[in-house]
Design a protein around this ligand. Structure first.
Ligand code: PHE
Length: 337
């Protein structure tokens, strides 16, 4: 019996040593180490031995053989897996040394370029850059801007609501900001006038993309609060900006309009050197209710605000027909700017 056990063990060890692949190891594990394997079969025969001594000796030999086989399987499996991994790594190796000619240099996206140039121009006119969060409270985005709950003008901003209830707040009172105007409120609450800021940023509306709309886009807001600010200051600032940004051959005009947060309100247009007009954005004198929401006394302070779309302005400037091109990430389009 013991001779059989040793013979089986030696055969097993030789086979394991000769295994060439992990599949071989799987087969050999079933053949020798499994419950139905050859050594297990020998173990079952122990009962037929005559004496206790014989059973003990043969039992020890089987156990010894089984653990020797387990150890050999583990060792061979480790060697073969390391080899398999090395082969896979070698096969999947990427040659990153290939050189395709003169290196090309990337540049800022068209929207970023426009954003940064606008900041430069307004900083040149004496403004500071301010910012606010993209996830806003209903209060900052609407209510403090003279649009209480139920105000019909709220419908003009197709609002995306966020499933977040701030501590002590109402469900449905968190929005993705629909414009940069809430930064007016945040700035008034955070600092003392005089205030001369622009606030570029990302805004969100529940809109289906088309040639002139994107659900995510960029705006720049302007806010001036000081003593004795009038509509003439607004018109002068818009015109100074127009000439600094577009060039001396460009003019601007204000057209009467309506926004809940400005009174009076005006749309402003830019005139190209060829005489044609393009609509750029909204503006007006900050409404007394907005000043009050910002913690300011309308008897003491007055101001103007304006806001317009950065992406829309950039495509007009470059004669791009479809705003979706801006964000399609097609390098052939982006490279041109
Ligand atoms: N927030 C307005 C909009 O999104 C633009 C605007 C800003 C109008 C400031 C007046 C004053 O359409």
């Amino acid at each position: 019996m013991i001779t059989d056990i040793i013979a089986a063990k030696d055969a097993a060890l030789a086979d394991i040593e000769a295994a060439a692949s992990l599949e071989d190891i799987v087969a050999l594990t079933t053949r020798y180490a499994g419950k139905k394997g050859e050594l297990a079969a020998l173990k079952k025969q122990l009962g037929s031995l005559d004496s206790i001594e014989q059973k003990k000796a043969a039992g020890a030999a089987v156990n010894d053989a089984m653990s020797a086989v387990d150890v050999a399987l583990d060792a061979r499996r480790a060697v073969l897996s390391a080899a398999a991994l090395a082969e896979q790594v070698e096969n999947e190796r990427l040659d990153l040394t290939e050189f395709m000619g003169a290196p090309t240099r990337g540049h800022a996206h068209l929207a970023t370029q426009a954003w940064e140039r606008l900041e430069d121009v307004f900083v040149g006119l004496g403004f500071r850059v301010a910012e606010g969060p993209e996830v806003e409270t209903d209060w900052h985005n609407f209510e403090a801007l003279n649009m209480p709950i139920g105000h019909p003008a709220r419908g003009e901003w197709d609002t995306l609501f966020v499933d977040h209830v701030p501590p002590g707040g109402e469900p449905g009172s968190t929005v993705l900001r629909t414009h940069t105007s809430p930064v007016q409120i945040r700035t008034m609450l955070a600092e003392e006038p005089p205030i001369y800021i622009v606030a570029p940023g990302r805004v969100f509306r529940r809109d289906t993309p088309d040639a002139t709309h994107m659900p995510v886009f960029h705006q720049i807001e302007g806010l001036v609060i000081d003593r004795n600010i009038t509509m003439a200051d607004l018109a002068g600032t818009i015109d100074a900006f127009t000439k600094a940004y577009f060039g001396p051959g460009f003019n601007s005009r204000l057209r009467p309009s309506y926004f809940p947060f400005t009174e009076p309100s005006a749309e402003f247009d830019i005139q190209r050197p060829d005489g044609s007009w393009i609509e750029l954005g909204g503006s007006g004198m900050v409404h007394p209710n907005v000043l009050r929401a910002g913690g300011l006394d309308p008897e003491e302070w007055s101001g103007f605000a304006f806001g317009f779309g950065i992406d829309r302005m950039a495509i007009m400037r470059h004669g791009v027909a479809d705003i979706r091109e801006m964000f399609a990430d097609d390098i052939r389009f982006l490279e041109q700017f």
